[in-house]
Ligand binder design. Structure first.
Ligand SMILES: [Zn+2]
Length: 390
């Protein structure tokens, strides 16, 4: 089946040996094909709730997953990431297989990095942190508001960022919380991420991003909200719904939430007939359970915001006609309704006040760090590892 990347180790005990395998999830592979290939009873999938069946559809081709096998080749454990924070855990227990959704254990490090340029901001950040994803997120955050070709040696760069670390490796997507560039011969530029919508704004609360999103359907009501890694206190189980269900009659028109390029056009597991559109700034939108597609479209084509892409239906795992609307940034599922609400180019009211308070405290931290020359954390052995394919 899959290509074997690394056989990490063989653990021995008195009864039998087990083998750990880190593998890559193939394109076209589904949880069902995985279960069939490994002689695991398909009921572990069919017995799941509708929401968990949808979650199992979130496995992305290209992600790394782990198998722990007995010496006879039988799977004892399978750990398959479905997001940066959750994974499917299939394990053999008392003569049968069990499927759980469990959290991925990682640490989040928040760091300040301030320095005077020696080459380019991108290259200097890579040199300091060995983290290319962080360097490109820093450049993206400014969204062309600064010409990085016109910054020079000696100009000041400061950033506050978050990076997940798992088993001694960078994990998932870094988040730039705030940053500034202070060139010697140009105005300084600030950028801060608004925690509410993950978009970047300047120090006055004006959006840098040209990527703005709209609600893709005239819906009757929200039948299921977005929830991320919610622990069920009674069932002791993690539940999540990585999108918003917008109920509407069969055949209601669905439009593209923003300009972009279609990256998926066809059936996608529990989501049924599905369209995925990639947008600028690392955003991706997903439309599930369609009854029909706009037949003029196919994968690879560009669409504009408001273009008809398909019609509401109930295909896949669905109890009634609705659109499952998902939004992702750098592969991380976001609350779609928060993102579509932020279609204003300038923050105002309480949102602005909250944003400015947060921005000012980050600015202060960066100024203090600059005086002390704050340096970032470095891992001894650095490998970029992400469960989410870029
Ligand atoms: Zn849904």
């Amino acid at each position: 089946m899959s290509r074997i990347l690394i056989i990490i180790s063989c653990l021995f005990n008195f009864a039998f040996s087990t083998t750990n395998q880190d593998l890559i999830w193939n394109k076209g592979e589904t949880l069902i094909t995985f279960l069939i290939n490994h002689n695991i009873n398909k009921d572990v999938y069919f017995n799941l709730s509708k929401t968990d069946k949808e979650l199992c559809t979130e496995i992305e081709a290209g992600i790394e997953y782990r198998l722990i096998k007995a010496d006879n080749g039988a799977v004892l454990h399978a750990l398959i990431p479905i997001s940066e924070e959750m994974q499917i855990h299939i394990h053999y227990k008392k003569g049968q297989y069990v499927l759980d959704i469990i959290p991925v254990i990682y640490e989040t490090k928040t760091e300040l990095l301030t320095f005077k340029l020696t080459s380019s901001p991108y290259q200097d950040i890579v040199n300091f942190t060995k983290n290319k994803h962080l360097a490109s997120e820093f450049i993206k955050a400014f969204h062309k508001s600064i010409n990085f070709k016109k910054v020079h040696e000696g100009d000041v760069v400061a950033l506050k960022y978050e990076q997940k670390v798992r088993m001694g490796r960078y994990y998932g997507s870094p988040v730039v919380l705030g940053a500034f560039v202070r060139p010697q011969h140009q105005d300084e530029k600030y950028v801060y991420q608004n925690p509410d919508d993950s978009l970047y704004y300047d120090e006055k609360g004006k959006s840098f991003s040209s990527v703005l999103f709209r609600v893709p359907v005239a819906y009757k009501r929200i039948s299921s909200d977005f929830t991320y890694k919610r622990f069920h206190p009674v069932l002791k189980y993690y539940r999540a719904h990585l999108g918003t269900d917008l109920s509407a009659s069969v055949g209601t028109k669905i439009v593209a939430t923003s300009n972009g390029r279609i990256s998926h056009f066809g059936v996608k597991g529990g989501y049924g007939n599905t369209i995925i559109i990639n947008h600028d700034g690392g955003f991706k939108s997903l439309y599930g359970h369609l009854s029909r597609y706009n037949k003029q479209l196919r994968a690879g084509m560009s669409v504009k915001q408001g273009d008809l892409i398909g019609f509401v239906g109930s295909s896949g795992v669905s109890s009634g006609p609705h659109l499952h609307f998902g939004m992702y940034k750098n592969g991380r599922a976001m609350d779609p309704m928060k993102i579509v609400k932020s279609t204003k180019k300038v923050l105002s009211g309480i949102t602005l006040q909250k944003y400015l308070k947060n921005a000012n405290s980050i600015k202060k931290e960066l100024e203090i760090s600059l005086l002390k020359n704050g340096t970032p954390f470095k891992l001894d052995e650095i490998q970029i590892f992400s469960p989410i394919k870029k």
